[in-house]
Ligand binder design. Structure first.
Ligand code: 13P
Length: 257
């Protein structure tokens, strides 16, 4: 983290878990467990149907609501899709794009991820753009090359002014839901490289200001070490965001200097 230059963000990704009826008890427990003073922004990205309930419950304890996906189209005959304008209209502040699960199970490519990020920015929703290599790519020493490509493609045509509203999340696929976290050093190396890519594209100041999160089996135990890295500005948390005490402990881990 480097709080002098950029925001620390702890975002939970509930994926396809939980029910609306669980939000109130979850948030009550979270509120009781969260530190009284906070050194980060806290976000929970719920399934779209739970967004209104989360917005309502989140107000009380300053937890912003995020979505997990968005259509790249503005409006029209796209059955089942939700537009960025509709998310903004519902009160959504953040939206994940390019999660590896969307890339893998829904065939999303870098062009689509870029179009989705732009649609969000045009509607005042902050994209959390996910990138990350597979185990095979890491073993073939292709991590930096692949992640660099993903970042460049995702940010294509995004202006410096828009970049200020973007968050990048580095999520190595092999660390997601596996309990196998990247070491703090591995995560730092890639996050540092991502910042270097942003620097080449936009210059020193925007690169210094962008928040880069780590995601992949981040939990109450390993959060402090990951967050102590200079280029890791927060976390995108799956499994541990489903347990209020664990999620609150990750938030508390941002309080370190
Ligand atoms: P886990 O924290 O469950 O590994 O999930 C990470 C993730 O995919 C967050 O988007």
């Amino acid at each position: 983290m480097n709080r002098k230059y950029r925001k620390t963000v702890i975002a939970g990704n509930w994926k396809m878990n939980m029910l609306s009826s669980q939000i109130k008890p979850f948030m009550e427990e979270l509120k009781a467990s969260l530190p009284k003073t906070r050194s980060c922004d806290v976000v929970l990205c719920t399934p779209a149907v739970m967004v209104p309930a989360m917005i309502k419950a989140g107000k009380d304890c300053k937890v912003a609501t995020g979505a997990q996906d968005v259509s790249c189209f503005d409006k029209g005959a796209y059955t089942g899709e939700i537009s960025a304008e509709q998310l903004a209209d519902a009160g959504v502040k953040y939206c994940i794009v390019g999660h590896s699960e969307r890339r893998e199970y829904h065939g999303e490519d870098d062009m689509l991820v870029n179009a989705k990020a732009k649609a969000l920015l045009a509607n005042g929703v902050q994209p959390i753009i996910c990138v990350g290599e597979s185990l095979e790519q890491r073993e073939m020493d292709l991590t930096m090359e692949y992640v660099t490509y993903q970042v460049k493609a995702a940010l294509g045509g995004i202006t410096a002014a828009q970049l200020r509203r973007c968050i990048i999340a580095y999520e190595p696929i092999w660390a997601i839901g596996t309990g196998r976290t990247a070491t703090a050093q591995q995560a730092q190396e890639v996050c540092e490289e991502i910042r270097a890519v942003v620097r080449k594209m936009y210059g020193a100041r925007p690169a210094r200001a962008i928040s880069i999160l780590y995601g992949g089996s981040m939990n109450a135990k390993n959060a402090a070490e990951l967050l102590a890295q200079p280029d890791i500005d927060g976390g995108l948390i799956g499994g541990a965001s489903l347990k209020p005490a664990d999620f609150a402990a990750i938030v508390a881990a941002t309080a370190q200097e």
